[in-house]
Design a protein around this ligand. Structure first.
Ligand code: NIG
Ligand code: FE
Length: 382
């Protein structure tokens, strides 16, 4: 735990350190908090996204989209899934992330999510992983919704053993407000807190739903409505912005092969999110790491992208990547800032100030990472 914060002179007068780490001229920050990821999956989708980036049709015969990852995940052994999670957590840690939210969501059927949650629960890693059951991720097609939602609800009890949060995708690509509300209401009775994928590919009143039911977070928000911007101002639901999704899905703009994935209104997103913050929303940033819309593991990348695409100040971005993410995960009393009594999750950066971390983009600027006071990623000089 952090026992004191102050100048070196003050600290040296009152404490004798068991060991001293010289960080002269370097930035010290709280460990980064990544409150939205799809950490567990099989397969990758570079052929699909490579074609999208080049403006070519997706090669015939290869499955694509979330369904492709569902199939690849089903075909991946538990051992390999676990190895994939560990590998990704290693990269995240090396880039300064010390707490991460991880969703299931790539089961072919809701019952398959339990295996994914169990794997996540069994992974041992220095990065703290907070688990979320995401059964209602992608629409099963117009005629299958009723049955699918029933199936998602049926798995809630089994999922609760492994997951603290239940996520629902309230979006044209996912489920309606009514369907999400049914799932969320049942989840609440079992003690889940709620997170919502909201309004990613079209306005669907997902943010309004999240705020109305007091969800911990409403994430994505590319198609946020004017009403939701107002509602966030009076709400404790955290608006989680996912800048690497906006960036990566530039590839989707004007793609006739992707009629289902409406391109987000990118040129206006900066304006929308500036307005969201100016009105008083509590907002955070996450990577949304997944093999499709955001194959990005580093919060530094998300922070840099947010600055350029969303017109946020560097100082805002630091809050959004530490304490606000911690708050959205119900842990603001323990992590997310360097305060006496909090967990010593600390990053030493190889730059002299916080602005450079965001300004100097494209390289990993982390030197040393501490989790609960222990060095878990050694810097070059240690
Ligand atoms: O961006 N609606 C949710 N969609 C995911 C995409 C995951 C993928 O492309 O595999 C998201 O959060
Ligand atoms: Fe997501």
């Amino acid at each position: 735990l952090i026992v004191s914060v102050g100048s070196s002179a003050e600290l040296e007068e009152n404490y004798i350190g068991r060991c001293t780490i010289d960080a002269t001229g370097k930035l010290i920050s709280p460990g980064l908090v990544d409150p939205h990821t799809h950490l567990i999956h099989g397969g990758t989708r570079e052929s699909e996204w490579g074609a999208l980036a080049a403006g070519r049709p997706i090669p015939g015969g290869i499955p694509h989209g979330i369904v492709a990852t569902q199939m690849a995940t089903q075909a991946t052994s538990t051992k390999e899934l676990s190895a994939g999670v560990t590998k990704r957590l290693n990269v995240m840690l090396a880039h300064g992330t010390t707490t991460v939210e991880a969703k299931s969501g790539y089961g072919v059927a809701p019952a398959d999510e339990i295996r994914l949650l169990r794997v996540l629960a069994n992974v041992e890693h220095d990065v703290e992983v907070i688990r979320t059951y995401l059964g209602a991720h992608v629409s099963p097609g117009p005629s299958g919704h009723m049955q699918f939602v029933d199936d998602v609800i049926k798995q809630l009890e089994a999922a609760r053993e492994f997951a603290e949060y239940c996520d629902v995708c309230c979006d044209p690509s996912g489920f309606t407000v009514q369907e999400c509300e049914r799932i969320a209401a049942k989840a609440r009775t079992l003690g889940f807190d709620i997170r919502v994928h909201a309004d990613q590919t079209g306005s669907f009143a997902g943010a309004e739903l999240a705020i109305r039911i007091g969800a911990a977070s409403a994430d994505h928000l590319e198609y946020i409505s004017d009403e939701a911007i107002e509602l966030f101002a009076e709400s404790n639901t955290v608006a989680i912005l996912l800048p690497t999704v906006s960036y990566h899905s530039f590839s989707l703009v004007r793609q006739p092969t992707n009629a289902n994935w409406l391109p987000a209104p990118h040129p206006w997103l900066g304006q929308r999110f500036r307005e969201l913050l100016d009105r008083g929303a509590l907002a955070a940033i996450a990577t949304d790491y997944n093999p499709g819309s955001s194959p990005a593991l580093s919060m530094q990348t998300a922070m840099e992208t947010a600055a350029r695409m969303y017109r946020l100040s560097y100082a805002e971005i630091w809050h959004m990547s530490t304490i606000n993410g911690a708050y959205s995960l119900g842990r603001a009393d323990r992590i997310g800032s360097l305060e006496v009594g909090k967990q010593a999750d600390i990053v030493v950066w190889d730059v002299p100030n916080h602005e450079l971390v965001i300004n100097q983009f494209g390289t990993n600027l982390v030197e040393t990472v501490f989790k609960k006071g222990k060095i878990v990623h050694p810097g070059a000089n240690l």
